[in-house]
Design a protein around this ligand. Structure first.
Ligand code: AMP
Ligand code: MG
Length: 271
């Protein structure tokens, strides 16, 4: 079975509810780090070629959504995997607690403003999924309104996909013990102090609620037009390789093409 199939959350009404307990965050795909690092270099160069073609084609765009609990490796994935991309046609958008201006609008407003134009790739570090996850964990809205948001998100993503925007969603899956280890590293390493906040430690108390909210969101919102993938992320090298592989595979399936030249290039003469 292809890696992307294995890590996919099966879309569809008949699909069973995702149980993250069934997916090991330690999974290594029976690979060895040395071999995978080598393959990552090959995938990076392919990703770069395909990005060039996406830019030239100028008829479609790609959004890569990264979600996960604190310290799950969203920043690290961007640093290691997206480094292959040319900043000319790629950007990262980080979604923080909504600003006072953002809260004056509907919750998808800031997301829609960040949708990449044709030819571009946008990486979302967090996304509109915060508007169902955070809201569920901290009981910020009644349940029926959260359920309505799931439907709105599916409709919004379907609308985008019907308008040539491909959406890829990655949940970076780490264990509670791995999160503890990483938060400890942030406390012990002065160069990582800026990354830690009291909220990270408080949110850890809601671990079980985060996991069950993610299980629900990933089950309801994994669709044929915007599928979710659960990336085993305790091993950073495996995480990077898996994400890179699924991005390359997705770009390959977008049937990108160089535009036909508007002039007969063979007749051009350079004096
Ligand atoms: P960080 O990713 O560590 O910089 O933290 C960003 C914080 O913003 C996280 O705690 C997110 O849960 C929070 N956040 C992002 N979007 C939302 C949202 N729509 N509603 C509530 N909290 C959010
Ligand atoms: Mg946080």
């Amino acid at each position: 079975m292809q890696l992307r199939q294995k890590l996919l959350v099966t879309p569809g009404k008949m699909a069973r509810k995702l149980n993250l307990g069934d997916r090991s965050p330690d999974y290594d795909g029976h690979k060895k780090k040395e071999n995978v690092d080598h393959e990552l270099a090959r995938l990076s160069s392919r990703m770069s070629e395909l990005q060039y073609k996406l830019f030239a084609d100028n008829s479609q765009s790609l959004i890569i959504i990264l979600q996960g609990v604190d310290a799950s490796g969203k920043d690290g994935t961007i640093r290691h995997v997206m480094a292959a991309l040319n900043p000319q046609s790629c950007y990262v958008k980080s979604f923080k607690v909504p600003s006072s201006e953002e809260t004056l609008h509907d919750y998808l407003w800031r997301v829609h403003m960040s949708i990449p134009q044709k030819g571009q790739i946008a990486v979302f570090n967090r996304s509109h999924y915060e508007d169902v996850i955070e809201v569920s964990v901290h009981n910020l809205l009644p349940n029926n309104e959260i359920l309505r948001r799931y439907r709105q998100i599916n409709d919004f993503e379907r609308y985008l996909s019907e308008n040539h925007v491909t959406i890829l969603k990655f949940f970076l899956h780490i264990s509670k013990a791995e999160q503890k280890k990483r938060l400890h590293e942030r406390i012990e390493d002065p160069s990582k102090h800026w990354k830690i906040s009291e909220t990270d430690l408080q949110d850890r108390r809601y671990w079980d609620k985060y996991i069950s909210s993610y299980e629900k969101a990933l089950t309801i919102c994994s669709t044929s037009w915007a599928p979710w993938h659960v990336i085993p992320s305790n091993l950073k090298w495996f995480r990077n390789w898996a994400v890179a592989q699924i991005i390359v595979n997705t770009l390959e399936r977008m049937k990108l093409k160089f535009p036909e030249p508007k002039i007969d290039v063979s007749k051009l003469v350079i004096e």
